[in-house]
Design a protein around this ligand. Structure first.
Ligand code: AMP
Length: 380
């Protein structure tokens, strides 16, 4: 049985690794000849808009899924006429456009920060007046890892942004002075069965995820229920199939949904070692209509992204219950090359493990300050 995956990056790589024990084969479509999955699966190198290549790719597949949410919706719809496509292309459509996404949240009575579209430059100042400062200006489409975003705090920032406004649809959001960022991973299978992982606490620098702590420290059962309720509403309204990630700001004890990703997610990498069933295996179980696996915890985890360069594996693996994942990508500044997961039986032990990481990790962009503060709070 061969599963087709649109996108051939690390998420696809880890999906395939989770699928081999289930007896599955994989075929990837990615425009880049460098896509790391080339090492472990069939790869079609072609543009997502190439219909002949899409036909070749779809031939003989059991179903198609994706690991990248900026796949053109048109390609997903084209494939859906030939072979089942999960999650439904409608989920892709909603997640690709911040305005559509936040409008869906609003329609489902899910709390978000205040937001308004900025369709053209002449509207900008009126919209700023309505939303107020500080605010975050974002391109409505194709933004990821903090790209296409401007934080506006002063009249000077507004004037600068106005002079540089890109001629694309924009969204202005009220800045949320959040306590922390959390995300939930949810999964719904073809039979309608659902499951939820515990909320994770995420630390970003420069708009890129650096560190996830799972489960989120001091996780309140009420907040977990609220996150599951939000995810459930999205799953049901889209008749969703597969893993869905929803990112939140925690503010004054409440959750505000920021965005969703219709795929396995970086903040779920810890589930490989830290949950009974990983997000990757559960995504495959969901799209195949197999019973979902337990989302129960197998430990307390810290997942650290390796961005731009890699540590010496022997130094990391010297820390007990540390796990290294290298994606086989060529090093480049700002590129996600791998991740490390540390697992421990208790938060206190996890704090100890984090303090044992080699000097490579003692750099500001690994959020080591957050890690150490976290460790200190657990020891207190
Ligand atoms: P996004 O691409 O929407 O996930 O934004 C990337 C990061 O920018 C988030 O993880 C937050 O750290 C920050 N951010 C985005 N939107 C807001 C907002 N409205 N208020 C405060 N911080 C934000």
């Amino acid at each position: 049985m061969t599963i087709g995956i649109l996108g051939g990056g690390q998420l696809g790589y880890m999906l395939a690794l989770a699928g081999y024990p289930l007896g599955l084969h994989f075929r990837f479509l990615d425009p880049s000849p460098e896509a790391p999955v080339g090492r472990i699966a069939q790869r079609v190198t072609a543009d997502y808009t190439d219909h002949a290549a899409l036909e070749r790719f779809a031939n003989g597949l059991e179903l198609v899924t994706y690991e990248f949410e900026n796949v053109p919706v048109e390609a997903a719809k084209f494939l859906a006429q030939r072979v089942p496509v999960y999650p439904p292309p409608a989920a892709l459509e909603a997640a690709q456009d911040r305005l559509a996404e936040k409008s869906l949240f609003r329609k489902l009575a899910i709390n978000t920060t205040e937001f308004l579209p900025v369709a053209k430059a002449s509207e900008f100042e009126a919209v700023i007046k309505q939303i107020g400062l500080p605010a975050v200006l974002k391109t409505s489409r194709m933004g990821y890892d903090g790209k296409g975003q401007w934080i506006l705090r002063t009249a000077g920032d507004v004037a600068r942004a106005k002079s540089e406004l890109p001629k694309v649809p924009l969204i202005l959001e009220r800045f949320v002075p959040f306590t922390r960022e959390l995300s939930v991973l949810a999964v719904r299978s073809r039979s309608g069965e659902t499951a939820f992982y515990p909320l994770v606490e995420n630390h970003h620098r420069g708009g890129i995820l650096r560190l996830s702590l799972a489960p989120a420290p001091a996780l309140d059962a009420r907040v977990q229920r609220a996150a599951e309720d939000v995810a459930r509403r999205i799953l049901e309204s889209l008749k969703y199939v597969g893993v869905l990630a929803v990112e939140f700001f925690e503010h004054e004890g409440n959750l505000l949904a920021n965005e969703m990703a219709p795929r396995v997610h970086n903040s779920g990498h810890w589930t490989i070692e830290g949950a009974v069933t990983s997000q990757f295996e559960n995504h495959l179980r969901a799209v195949l209509g197999l019973p979902l696996g337990s989302t129960g915890l197998a430990g307390h985890c810290a997942m650290i992204n390796l961005i731009g360069d890699l540590p010496e594996p022997s130094e990391v693996l010297a820390v007990p219950d540390a796990h290294v994942h290298f994606y086989g990508k060529a090093p480049r500044t700002g590129r996600k090359l791998g991740h490390v997961t540390l697992r421990a039986a208790s938060p206190e032990r996890l704090a100890l493990r984090l303090s044992e990481l080699p000097a490579f990790f003692h750099r500001p962009y690994f959020c080591f300050d957050s890690v150490l503060a976290h460790s200190a709070s657990l020891r207190a």
